[in-house]
Design a protein around this ligand. Structure first.
Ligand SMILES: [Zn+2]
Length: 209
């Protein structure tokens, strides 16, 4: 039933949107992609970067993982999916704007906040993955006032941690220094559709609209 819905959706896409944008798709196929921005965001199904930025095919290079965590630069020969995609986007495609897009009610951040083995079904990988953001958790636990929304603060803090880790990649650092790459921190509030953006000067998230 779920799959039938998706296949019906594909048929509608093929008959309407694809038909309307056929030249664009043909051009993208012939010329290759040159996306405007690279977005690191969460796997969460409620956060669709293309939809909330009103972007079309070829415009966004999207990396999704649990809780939009960028790991630190770790060239150890292991399997780093997020780092590989960053390398391809930055070095291969020359993308200049990198956005880390966090979001409200993030399950990965919630697991981190409650302790790494809060979800019995996710002990194999999620806990280890979210441990990458343990420092962000410590900062929130230590500094947040008693009545603060710790979940939200930690969502913000994970975005900042990911931005810091982006700077640990030498080929990103180099491009930031010479002006070819710019970093941006965003947070999407699902219920109200609110986008807040990180002010680099104050370190605060501010409502865009
Ligand atoms: Zn999430």
């Amino acid at each position: 039933m779920n799959i039938e819905r998706l296949l019906d959706g594909y048929r509608r896409f093929r008959a309407t949107n694809f038909r309307a944008a056929r030249e664009l798709y043909e051009r993208l196929a012939a010329d290759g992609q040159s996306p405007r921005a690279l977005i690191v965001t969460c796997c969460d199904s409620r956060v669709d970067p293309a939809m909330i930025t009103d972007s079309g095919p070829g415009e966004l290079f999207v990396i999704r993982n649990v809780a939009n965590v960028v790991p630190p630069f770790t060239p150890d020969g292991k399997h780093h999916g997020t780092s590989a995609a960053l390398e391809f986007g930055v070095m291969g495609l020359g993308i200049g704007d990198i956005i880390v897009l966090g979001h409200a009610q993030c399950g990965g951040v919630n697991a981190l906040l409650r302790g790494e083995h809060a979800h019995a079904s996710t002990v194999d990988f999620v806990g280890t993955w979210m441990a990458l953001a343990a420092d962000a958790r410590e900062r929130v636990i230590e500094n947040a006032p008693a009545d603060a929304d710790r979940q939200l603060l930690l969502e913000y803090e994970v975005v900042k941690l990911s931005l810091d880790n982006l700077r640990s990649f030498p080929w990103i650092r180099e491009r930031i220094d010479d002006g070819r790459v710019r970093l941006h921190g965003w947070h999407f509030g699902i219920a109200a559709g609110e986008l807040t953006t990180l002010d680099a000067d104050t370190g605060e998230f501010r409502l865009l609209v």
